[in-house]
Design a protein around this ligand. Structure first.
Ligand code: FO1
Length: 313
């Protein structure tokens, strides 16, 4: 059974950690957001691809959820000594990934091929696909101006009110090779508990992706990234409020309307189940906080079991 997962950063990677412990990774395809990508010191950084890569390879810094465990910052400190601004923390070993990626990209190798090489170098057998090989960038429009995503999130600590979010380059982009086929042919598609606005939103903005999801025959499941009105990680609840939307699982489900048939909510949000069911969704209520590898595995197992039950057939 082939499973395809749409993911952003840390929350998605934690879910993948659980799923890949249960299933043969060779049957797993991951489509990652690349609209958070940015250039630092001339290097192309792909945070969501790298977070998935490092997590699945067991290299991730488990406390922060991104970067490499035990990494040092000698290079960054040396750059600061040379007058550079270093609000985006790039570890020394992590930098090697960005140097290698940037070198390949400058030689004309597409991001999808670069990613395949990095996955192989980490000894992994899953398919990790960037959503597109094209340059698509999230821009967060705030009273302080239109900000690149990492400047909004990391430099300014998500403190500005969000008026609008746009994805520069999305309309002209094409899905990376294998993306549409992975959506069409998967027995199950799972939308990870990532930010629907800035992690899954850009993937859905690539022409052809929504249509491929809409036309699927098998189940498509989304996991709510909200628990008790707050994002488990990151600024989703604040972003939603800025846009005039309630930080409620129903809001997330509506962002995925027509694309999913099953919605997974945390047991703290069990009261939302009836509203969601009234909107035609099958609802799975379970523990969704993945604070340990065991919890990640249990969440993945619960979802796979729920999909095996006859109700969906
Ligand atoms: N997040 C931070 O909050 N601060 C950082 O300095 C930072 C550096 C960083 C470097 C490499 C990388 O792959 C991720 C990094 N992140 C950092 C995480 C990243 O900003 C976000 O997790 C994602 O973009 C959101 O999906």
């Amino acid at each position: 059974m082939r499973v395809t997962v749409l993911t952003g950063g840390v929350g998605g990677a934690r879910f993948l950690r659980g799923l890949s412990a249960l299933r043969d990774p060779a049957t797993l395809t991951v489509i990652a957001n690349t609209a958070d990508d940015d250039e630092f010191f001339g290097l192309h950084v792909s945070p969501d691809l790298d977070t998935a890569l490092y997590t699945l390879a067991g290299r991730v810094d488990r406390t922060q959820g991104w970067g490499i465990a035990g990494d040092t910052v000698a290079c960054l400190e040396a750059l600061v000594g040379l007058g550079a601004r270093a609000w985006f923390r790039l570890g020394d070993r992590d930098l090697a990934t960005h140097v290698r990626r940037t070198d390949w990209l400058r030689r004309g190798v597409p991001l999808s091929t670069v990613t395949r090489r990095l996955v192989a170098a980490h000894g992994l057998s899953l398919r990790l696909l960037p959503m597109t090989d094209a340059r698509v960038r999230t821009v967060v429009h705030t009273p302080a101006g239109a900000l690149p995503f990492q400047a909004y999130l990391v430099r300014d600590r998500a403190r500005h009110r969000v008026r609008r979010i746009t994805f520069t380059g999305a309309r002209r982009a094409r899905p990376a090779p294998g993306v549409l086929a992975a959506l069409r042919s998967a027995a199950v598609v799972i939308i990870a508990p990532s930010n629907p606005l800035v992690s899954i939103g850009p993937i859905l903005a690539i022409p052809g992706v929504r249509q491929a999801l809409r036309r699927r025959r098998g189940p498509t499941v989304a996991i709510s990234p909200l628990v008790g009105g707050r994002a488990v990680r990151g600024p989703l609840h604040r972003m939603l409020r800025g846009l005039g939307l309630a930080p409620h699982p129903r809001t997330v489900a509506r962002l995925y309307r027509g694309l999913i048939d099953t919605f997974v909510v945390d047991h703290r949000d069990a009261a939302a189940a009836r509203v969601l069911e009234a909107e035609g969704l099958r609802v799975v209520v379970t523990e969704t906080i993945m604070s340990t590898p065991g919890r990640s595995r249990r969440l993945a197992a619960t979802i796979l079991h729920a999909l095996e039950r006859p109700a969906l057939r």
